[in-house]
Design a protein around this ligand. Sequence first.
Ligand code: AMP
Ligand code: ZN
Ligand code: FE
Ligand code: FE
Length: 321
Amino acid sequence: MLQSEESIEDELSYRPPGCEHPEDPAGLLHTPIVPCLPGTLGRMIDLHLHSTCSDGSESPTAVVGLAAAAGCSTIALTDHDGLAGLKEAAAAAAAAGIGFVRGCEVSCSFSPGTLHLLAYFVEDEEGPLPDMLADMRSDRSARNERLVARLRELGYPVSLDAVGAVAGSDVIGRPHFASVLVGLGAASSVQDAFDRILGKGRPAYVSKAHVSAPEAIAAAKESGAVAVLAHPLSLGLGPVELDSQIAELAELGLGGLECYYGRYAPDERSGLAAIASSHGLVATGGSDFHGTFKPGLFVGTGTGDLEVPDAAVRELEARRA
Ligand code: AMP
Ligand code: ZN
Ligand code: FE
Ligand code: FE
């Protein structure tokens, strides 16, 4: 059942021309370039969404519009390394009558795979977690300069200006580099750029300076937030190691496990929900929507079958210190 984020290539072949949700017949709630697939659960939520404030292609307001069209009752915006989109998204969510949770995603050091923590209910703009995010943004900038140099060494004429032009904010990530490589004709798709050039173990892989998971969990707790392990199968661990790693993180104060992840199969989701339950963690979920930077993933419904029950929001909130 275990699969790492790096190895996933599946893309949805079905591309709906636009959202045909009954409450949005004219498709006014979202930009036509990124369609939505409405859910059927009615009370579904999506607690993992990226916007132009990190490496998503849609603005915070557009992401909220897609969530409304999909039928989400509550969403969290979880941009990498920053909180810049939260104010705009919260206002759009209030206008659309959707519950909103302030979140972010933090990359932590881990081997063999990757360890990402989602932090929810980050209410303050200052404090241990926001300070940690600011440090991560400056590490990211330094990494991006090394990544440009590495790509140029490999013969790809990439410039930081070109990558910045693709990005909507100062949080520039590898999906933006991938998009530039596609524009140069060096890759056939964002996924192809990751698979051959930018992904872990590929020639242009340049790691960021990550924080440790214990540090990030502690900073989240000190900031009144709840930490959740994102896409747990990306850790790249077998079943026994995965269980003991999750136990260790739970001991440190992890509040939840992202069981209902956009790209996970039904048996992977239920397997993770059983692990969450055995360690007293909230089973959360989300699509990891990035718009055109991760084609085939839709707000709320993931690859089409994701439906995260909204009880997770109340359970998560109850974990706040
Ligand atoms: P960065 O934080 O700049 O290192 O970029 C991380 C982003 O790249 C995340 O949104 C990941 O989902 C995406 N990413 C990482 N590895 C892959 C991969 N192998 N294929 C597609 N996207 C990836
Ligand atoms: Zn991302
Ligand atoms: Fe992630
Ligand atoms: Fe993410």
